[in-house]
Design a protein. Structure first.
Length: 398
């Protein structure tokens, strides 16, 4: 997907927001119909029936007819695809779209090809019911059949063309690399490289904390609260842009340098799930002090380092060349002799084997084990479950 920064005028922004409202209304109406279905009722209407009812609604209501029919029909198509993805267990259940959070719509067909290049830096696109809107040329204009216009919480408009880029060819050197993802070190390679995902600077973090304190003192619904929320969203958008840029550059570099990229098979959605409160013994209806605050820091660290985004982009750019390895004991196993013990991991960054005295960076040692494609040893040895008082031993299958 090729995304460009859109620069509409104030009048055009009002027209774009109106199109977003129409798309959001149609989506939520389709979601309401689908959510009301029960086993004792008839099936909910599909896309064809909903499109017919949309035509009747446009004839009855002037405010709906003032919008683009393409935008409203594509909202129904997007919802139909979301339902299909949910039933195929590839995506989550469709949710409600809210104002200020889900601002966007899609244009397809011949209208999506109305793009004109003005000069080396600028171009414009003809948006239905809005007019010609300029956007910045940060790369070449792709030959796409559809595009999506979105607005983030910081108020920035973007134009994204739906295009699947060709995969990056393998170098053909036969090299294999292991990638160990962490919180302190975003990605450690088996080659010894330590990669860090950029975030906010100390000055930007101080400003973010200051804005959050001001937000807590603001009255709900006030204009000052909206201004502070926009400033906070701008900082979060800056973090998101830096993380996305780092993921794109890192995934491209790995796909170009190595034939096979091996990563840990992690369930990130379950790792970042909030823990359930534990009931207090002897006090019915009461719970122990919440553990969510301690877990929230780890969740933010995992999400801020782009664990899932990095693997997803690697699978897009190097299809068939990304292998997922069982992460069990990769951080406790010596990459030199294969000895597995909890005492090997001295600290977050230091690994010193108690058997062969091999010393290395803990993340790099885990990346070497991942590159070898083994969880414990190359001889397919599996660890024996022992009590915490005993040192873990290795059991070799007969």
């Amino acid at each position: 997907m090729s995304r460009f920064r859109l620069y509409p005028t104030p009048t055009q922004q009002a027209g774009l927001l109106e199109q977003c409202r129409h798309a959001r209304y149609v989506w939520n109406l389709a979601l309401e119909q689908w959510s009301m279905w029960t086993r004792d009722k008839r099936p909910t209407p599909g896309y064809v029936e909903q499109a017919r009812r949309l035509t009747e609604a446009r004839a009855a209501f002037d405010w709906l007819r003032a919008g683009s029919q393409t935008v409203q029909q594509q909202a129904l198509r997007d919802f139909d695809q979301a339902v299909r993805n949910f039933y195929s267990r590839t995506h989550r259940r469709p949710t409600w779209r809210k104002a200020g959070r889900h601002e966007g719509f899609r244009i397809v067909g011949g209208q999506a090809s109305r793009v004109v290049k003005l000069n080396r830096r600028w171009a414009r696109v003809l948006v239905p019911k809005v007019g010609w809107v300029r956007f910045r040329l940060s790369r070449g204009i792709p030959d796409a059949k559809s595009y999506r216009i979105t607005c983030d919480r910081a108020g920035r408009w973007h134009l994204a063309f739906a295009l699947i880029p060709p995969p990056i060819p393998a170098p053909g050197t036969g090299e294999v690399v292991g990638v160990d993802r962490g919180v302190t070190v975003s990605a450690a390679l088996s080659t010894g490289e330590l990669l860090l995902c950029p975030g906010l600077s100390e000055r930007e973090l101080d400003r973010l904390m200051h804005l959050q304190r001001r937000l807590a003192r603001c009255r709900r619904g006030s204009s000052r609260r909206q201004q502070i929320q926009a400033a906070i969203a701008k900082l979060h958008g800056r973090t998101r842009d830096r993380r996305k840029d780092w993921v794109e550059k890192t995934s491209t570099d790995l796909a170009r340098r190595f034939d096979v990229v091996r990563v840990e098979d992690l369930r990130i959605s379950q790792m970042t799930r909030r823990p359930k409160p534990k009931p207090s013994p002897g006090r019915p209806g009461k719970f122990l002090p919440n553990r969510r605050n301690a877990k929230a820091g780890l969740n933010r660290g995992i999400l801020a380092n782009g664990w899932g985004d990095l693997v997803n982009r690697l699978e897009h750019k190097a299809p068939g060349r990304v292998e997922k390895i069982n992460p069990a004991y990769t951080s406790l196993t010596c990459s030199a002799c294969g000895h597995c013990a909890s005492e090997n991991r001295k600290s977050q960054a230091v690994f010193r084997c108690v058997a062969c005295v091999h010393q290395a960076n803990a993340d790099v040692n885990a990346a070497v084990n991942i590159a070898a494609g083994r969880a414990v040893r190359a001889r397919r040895e599996t660890p024996v479950r022992v009590s915490p008082k005993r040192e873990p031993q290795l059991a070799t299958p007969p």
